[in-house]
Design a protein around this ligand. Structure first.
Ligand SMILES: Cc1cc2nc3c(=O)[nH]c(=O)nc-3n(C[C@H](O)[C@H](O)[C@H](O)COP(=O)(O)OP(=O)(O)OC[C@H]3O[C@@H](n4cnc5c(N)ncnc54)[C@H](O)[C@@H]3O)c2cc1C
Length: 466
C-alpha cells in the first residue's frame, strides 16, 4: 500500500512537469487512449504520457529510465503487433505533435512525429508536392518511416527513408540531438530502417517531389483470371515507367455499394495503381497490362488529386478491426509461387483478408545495400499477407490462415521480411535476417546510443557491447 502511494506521488510530480496529459488506468479516457489500430492487440499501460512538445518527450524518457518502466513509443498506433504500446509500462504518445511545415523553395517538409501520412499529404498537396508514404492515409509517418516505407511513389522516388534528410531525436539518456548526413551520421543511418530502436524521433525533414493530379484507382478481375493477371504483371512491371506506382493483390470484392452486387464477397485479383502524370499517359501505361489479360470485372481508374488515392482504402479499414500480419521479400515470383498464392488466398476465412505484392524496383534498387539498414534492395516485391475481420471471434482463424499461407509461400521467398509487416511471434532470427549484413552495424550503433535497451518495445536490435 505504501508503495502504491509513493508511486502515485511520483507519477503526480511527473504529471506536473508535463504540458500534455498523463493518462492512467481509471481515467475516463484511459480505454480510448490505449486502444490501438489493431483490435487484436489489447495492452494496458500503467501510464500514457500524451506529450505536447519536445520538452515533454525528454521528461517522459527520463522518467521511464529513472523509474525503470518499460517504455513504448506511439506514433500513429498502426503497428501490427501493437509495438506502439506495452503492458504495465509508460507509453510516450506523440499524437498531439501534428505540425507540418512545407518549404516550397527547397521542396522539403518538416513533419512532427504524431502526423499520419494523410496529415502530410494534405499539407504538401497545396504546394503540388508529395513524399512517398504508404497506401492508407491513417498510418503514422513515424513508424512507417523508421521501418522503411513503401507506397505509390516508391518506384520513382524510393522508400520513405530514401527521402529522409534529417531527424530530431530524444536519446535514451534524455539528450536531444539532430541526425543527418553531417550530424550524428551513424544515428541517421540507423534511423533509416532500424525502427524505434535508437530514440524518440520528434520530427522528420523529408524531400518532397512534384505530385498533384494522378491517374489512379483499382482494377479487379475474377479469381479465375488471377494466374493470367499475376503472370502478366511481372512483365508489365518491367516495361512500365516509374511514374506508375502499382501493386497486385489477391482479395475479395467488397460487399458494399458501389461494387457490382453479383460479385460481392467473391475472391478476386486486383491491380491498384497511381500514375503521376497526365491521364492519357497513365491510360497508355495501363493498356500494356489490360491488353495482355482477360477483361476485368471493373476498371475504376481516373484522374484524381493524389491525397484521394492515398485515402482510397481508409473506409474499408477503420480502426479496431482484427489484423494478423505476415511479410516476406520476394526475389523472383515464379509460376509455382503464383499457383501457391492462388490456392492459399482461396482459403481466406474472411472477406477482408488480402495478399499484396508491392514492387521493389526502380529507385529502390538504385540505392546501395549498405546505404541504409534496409538491405534487401535487390528484391522484386515486398509481400504482405493480412488476415483481417471485424469480429474478435475470427482472431484464431485469421492467425491460422496467415501462418499457413506464409508457410506455403515462404520457400519461394527470401529469408527476411519488411519489419513493418511482421507480428511479434516471428521465428527467432527473423529481424536479424531482415537486416542481413547490416545487422551487426545496427547492433553497434544501438550499443552506442541505447546500451541498456531502454527502447526495446519494437522489432528489437540487441545492443552490441561498446
Ligand atoms: C492499414 C495499414 C496499411 C499500411 N500500409 C503500409 C504501406 O503502404 N507501406 C508501408 O511501408 N507500411 C504500411 N503499413 C505498415 C506500417 O508502416 C506500420 O504498421 C508502422 O509501424 C506504422 O507506424 P505508426 O507510427 O502508425 O505505428 P505505431 O504503432 O505508433 O509505432 C510503431 C513502432 O514504431 C516506433 N515508433 C513510432 N513512432 C516513433 C517515434 N516517433 N520515434 C521512434 N520510434 C517510433 C515504435 O518502435 C513503435 O513500436 C500499414 C499498416 C496498416 C495498419
Amino acid at each position: 500500500m505504501a508503495d502504491a502511494t509513493l508511486d502515485q506521488t511520483t507519477d503526480t510530480t511527473f504529471q506536473q512537469t508535463l504540458r500534455g496529459r498523463l493518462i492512467r488506468a481509471g481515467d475516463s479516457d484511459y480505454d480510448a487512449a490505449r486502444a490501438l489500430y489493431n483490435g487484436m492487440i489489447d495492452k494496458r499501460p500503467k501510464l500514457i504520457a500524451r506529450c505536447a512538445d519536445v520538452a515533454d518527450v525528454i521528461t517522459a524518457v527520463n522518467y521511464a529510465r529513472e523509474q525503470r518502466l518499460l517504455l513504448a513509443i506511439r506514433g500513429g498506433g498502426h503497428n501490427g503487433p501493437g509495438l506502439g504500446s506495452c503492458n504495465d509500462g509508460l507509453v510516450i504518445d506523440l499524437s498531439m505533435l501534428k505540425s507540418v511545415r512545407v518549404d516550397p523553395s527547397n521542396r522539403t517538409v518538416r513533419v512532427e512525429a504524431g502526423c499520419t501520412s494523410g496529415d502530410v499529404d494534405h499539407a504538401t498537396h497545396a504546394f503540388g508536392l508529395a513524399v512517398p508514404f504508404g497506401i492508407v492515409s491513417t498510418t503514422g509517418v513515424a513508424g512507417l518511416t523508421l521501418g522503411g516505407g513503401t507506397g505509390y511513389l516508391t518506384r520513382k522516388y524510393g522508400l520513405t527513408i530514401d527521402n529522409l534528410l534529417e531527424a530530431d531525436v530524444v536519446l535514451a539518456d534524455g539528450r536531444f540531438v539532430t541526425a543527418s548526413e553531417t550530424q550524428n551520421a551513424d544515428l541517421f543511418w540507423a534511423l533509416k530502417g532500424g525502427g524505434g530502436n535508437f530514440g524518440v524521433v520528434t520530427s522528420f525533414l523529408f524531400q518532397a517531389h512534384p505530385v498533384s493530379t494522378v491517374y489512379a484507382g483499382p482494377i479487379f478481375w475474377e479469381a479465375t483470371h488471377a494466374k493470367a493477371v499475376m503472370s502478366a504483371f511481372r512483365e508489365f512491371l518491367r516495361q512500365s515507367p516509374e511514374e506508375l506506382g502499382t501493386f497486385v493483390g489477391l482479395k475479395s470484392v467488397p460487399s458494399m455499394d458501389p461494387f457490382p452486387k453479383d460479385y460481392w464477397g467473391r475472391r478476386a485479383c486486383a491491380v491498384i495503381s497511381s500514375y503521376n502524370g497526365p491521364a492519357a499517359e497513365g491510360e497508355k501505361a495501363m493498356s500494356r497490362l489490360l491488353n495482355a489479360v482477360p477483361p476485368p470485372i471493373f476498371n475504376w481508374m481516373g484522374a484524381m488529386p493524389f491525397p484521394v488515392i492515398q485515402a482510397l482504402f481508409d473506409p474499408f479499414f477503420p480502426k479496431g478491426l482484427q489484423w494478423y500480419w505476415k511479410g516476406d521479400f520476394v526475389k523472383t515470383l515464379t509460376d509455382e509461387a503464383i499457383d501457391t498464392h492462388i490456392a492459399q488466398a482461396a482459403k481466406a476465412p474472411s472477406e477482408l483478408c488480402l495478399m499484396h505484392l508491392y514492387p521493389i524496383d526502380g529507385a529502390v534498387n538504385r540505392v546501395g545495400k549498405d546505404a541504409t539498414p534496409w538491405s534487401v534492395r535487390d528484391a522484386t516485391f515486398s509481400m504482405v499477407i493480412a488476415g483481417i475481420d471485424p469480429s474478435p471471434d475470427k482472431a484464431n482463424a485469421l492467425k491460422d490462415w496467415g501462418r499457413a499461407y506464409w508457410k506455403a509461400v515462404h520457400p519461394f521467398n527470401l529469408a527476411g521480411g519488411y519489419v513493418n509487416f511482421m507480428m511479434d511471434d516471428e521465428a527467432t532470427g527473423r529481424v536479424q535476417a531482415s537486416y542481413g549484413e547490416n545487422y551487426a552495424r545496427l547492433a553497434a550503433i544501438k550499443g552506442k546510443y541505447d546500451p541498456k535497451n531502454l527502447f526495446r518495445v519494437n522489432q528489437n536490435i540487441e545492443p552490441a557491447p561498446e
